[in-house]
Design a protein around this ligand. Structure first.
Ligand SMILES: *[C@@H]1O[C@H](CO)[C@@H](O)[C@H](O)[C@H]1NC(C)=O
Ligand SMILES: *[C@@H]1O[C@H](CO)[C@@H](O)[C@H](O)[C@H]1NC(C)=O
Ligand SMILES: *[C@@H]1O[C@H](CO)[C@@H](O)[C@H](O)[C@H]1NC(C)=O
Ligand SMILES: *[C@@H]1O[C@H](CO)[C@@H](O)[C@H](O)[C@H]1NC(C)=O
Ligand SMILES: *[C@@H]1O[C@H](CO)[C@@H](O)[C@H](O)[C@H]1NC(C)=O
Ligand SMILES: *[C@@H]1O[C@H](CO)[C@@H](O)[C@H](O)[C@H]1NC(C)=O
Length: 497
């Protein structure tokens, strides 16, 4: 989804992706451009390809430089696990024409000798926030992570309100064309499938390492895992079918959530447990049911701003020693801890606004990484995903999940050995059927709450900008990259079944 209340600043930062070829895996590193940190963790491996992905906070999301057409045009695309098509705006599309030249977010089909329209007017994708892109399906050469796909089917956005394209790596049945035709027979091989078809990787799977909020890059590795990018055990849990046996999204079962700080620990409750949550790299923040989100806000002292329609908190809470522990797939399933420094985000690209009244009067305002949403499916976006190393296995309908190893500079890539092979080095979570246990809905004691705020050292804030502080008011606030969710609207598969 894209945010219902997003006001996006159009500061387009150029991404710098580096790609190296291998056979069998493709890794795509992701960069956060504002720090210009160069990573060089790509290497030749059997059956995997790795690509750098850039964390662009101003746009909200992870971007990579791909190449398309003959001769190749450079193209910066957002990586999205919540949708399933690759598409890019046509350089002549209305939304792009107003921009200055040098925008590598668009393509010019006239300049590619291998460009071939295969579905005129058939491309039509809508995201949850109402943004969309409409145009043609075409095939052309596509390069990512040093891997060259000779015949990739993609969308060309002729009418769109999104100024850059996407690389959707979700299930092929969630392609926009399936929704448009209401027929599973219109499924085409999307990127992870086509990589297998063209013999580049062994199975339909990839791993995503987003790394620290304060780091500018992570990577995506197609066809393998990197055992040096996580700590502890890599645990396999089941992806939940959308209907019957049909898997359309990376939806897993969130079965517990606890808060811990120097003053104590609490088990949080929700009438919605077990909560179906979609792991969506195309969404900046995370969205949980209101009853659960309200408890999380109370723990950290976040307040809901009805003006901005988001929960906010003082920026110095990034220094808080507290953390949240997300439990998946039942009581014996994996747990991922997310610390406060991953959950406090800048609200603006310039000077931070300040609270003009209330308990935080005079302090800088930041956005909280966990927001509330009205209905399932709920979303765990980048504010959660940075703390996890996640392997997406689309053949076995499982994800492998482990605590991330932030800023790891080591690498040990292990390719999936064959089509349909299980995730390497991973053990299956026991007792996943217990994930359906009836939840407790008693109110927590908030023993952790004082520790969250007391441990937050005042002063050194994320927004150490000088100058006169601005008042906190909608008129002055330009929200950046807020909830740039890009989960495709659930498609026509429901019609089919
Ligand atoms: C595309 O990117 C590559 C690598 O960064 C660069 O060498 C090349 O000049 C770029 N091509 C164009 C047409 O901008
Ligand atoms: C695209 O799809 C939407 C939703 O299915 C539909 O309302 C709209 O008319 C379509 N647009 C075009 C140009 O076909
Ligand atoms: C390219 O891919 C399309 C869609 O998968 C397929 O219909 C077509 O036959 C392929 N063309 C070649 C030359 O392989
Ligand atoms: C990772 O690197 C970033 C950028 O250098 C740094 O700000 C951050 O504190 C590091 N994170 C950890 C957990 O070491
Ligand atoms: C995660 O948090 C839980 C609960 O606060 C704690 O018991 C556990 O040791 C933490 N795990 C790691 C790896 O830090
Ligand atoms: C989120 O919570 C606030 C405060 O309780 C409420 O006003 C708002 O409607 C909720 N938003 C959603 C999307 O449920």
């Amino acid at each position: 989804m894209r945010g219902h209340n997003a006001i996006t600043v159009g500061t387009l930062l150029a991404g710098a992706a580096h790609a190296y070829a291998g056979s069998g895996v493709v890794q795509w590193d992701i960069h956060k451009p504002e720090r210009r940190q160069e990573f060089n963790r790509l290497r030749k491996r059997a059956s995997t390809f790795e690509e750098v992905i850039t964390n662009e906070q101003a746009r909200g999301g992870y971007f990579a430089t791909c190449r398309l057409g003959t001769p190749a045009q450079n193209l910066t695309l957002q990586l999205d696990t919540g949708s399933s098509d690759i598409w890019a705006p046509d350089s002549g599309a209305q939304v792009c024409r107003s921009r200055t030249s040098g925008n590598s977010g668009t393509i010019n089909p006239d300049l590619s000798t291998t460009f071939d329209v295969v579905g005129k007017g058939d491309f039509n994708i809508s995201y949850v926030d109402g943004s969309s892109s409409v145009g043609d399906y075409f095939t052309d050469v596509f390069e990512i992570g040093g891997a060259t796909l000779k015949n990739m089917t993609m969308g060309l956005g002729l009418q769109t309100d999104i100024p850059y394209g996407l690389v959707g790596v979700g299930y092929a049945v969630n392609e926009a064309i399936v929704g448009q035709t209401a027929s599973l027979s219109s499924v085409y091989p999307n990127l992870p499938v086509q990589m297998v078809n063209e013999g580049l990787i062994n199975t339909v799977a990839f791993s995503l390492w987003l790394n620290d909020l304060d780091s500018n890059s992570g990577n995506i590795l197609f066809g393998g895992i990197d055992t040096e990018k996580y700590k502890g055990d890599l645990t396999r849990i089941n992806i939940l079918p959308t209907v019957k046996d049909l898997f359309t999204a990376f939806m897993v079962s969130l079965t517990s959530l606890s808060a811990a700080s120097p003053s104590g620990a609490d088990t949080l409750t929700s009438k919605e447990f077990p909560i179906p949550v979609v792991l969506d790299s195309g969404t900046t923040l995370s969205y949980l049911p209101t009853d659960l989100a309200s408890q999380i806000w109370k723990e950290v002292g976040a307040v809901y701003s009805s003006e901005l329609e988001v929960a906010v908190l003082p920026c110095n809470m990034q220094n808080s020693a507290g953390h949240f522990s997300f439990g998946f797939a039942g009581p014996n399933g994996p747990r991922i801890n997310v610390s406060m420094d991953e959950l406090v985000l800048d609200l603006t690209s310039g000077r931070p606004p300040i609270f003009t009244s209330g308990q935080y009067r005079g302090q800088d305002v930041c956005e909280f990484g966990i927001q509330n949403f009205t209905e399932a499916p709920y979303l765990l976006g980048d504010t959660f995903l940075r703390s996890a190393y996640v392997v997406y296995d689309l053949m076995n309908n499982q994800v492998g999940i482990a605590a991330t190893d932030f800023n790891s500079t080591n690498s040990n890539v292990v390719a999936f050995p064959s089509r349909g092979a299980q995730i390497p080095s991973a053990t299956v979570a026991p007792g996943q059927s217990e994930a359906t246990a009836v939840p407790s809905v008693t109110s927590p004691a908030y023993a952790a709450s004082p520790g969250f705020t007391e441990s937050a050292k005042p002063g050194a804030t994320k927004n150490a900008a000088g100058g006169r502080p601005q008042a906190f008011g909608m008129g002055q606030v330009v929200v950046v990259g807020l909830s740039m969710g890009l989960m495709a609207v659930v498609s026509g598969v429901f019609w089919v079944l």
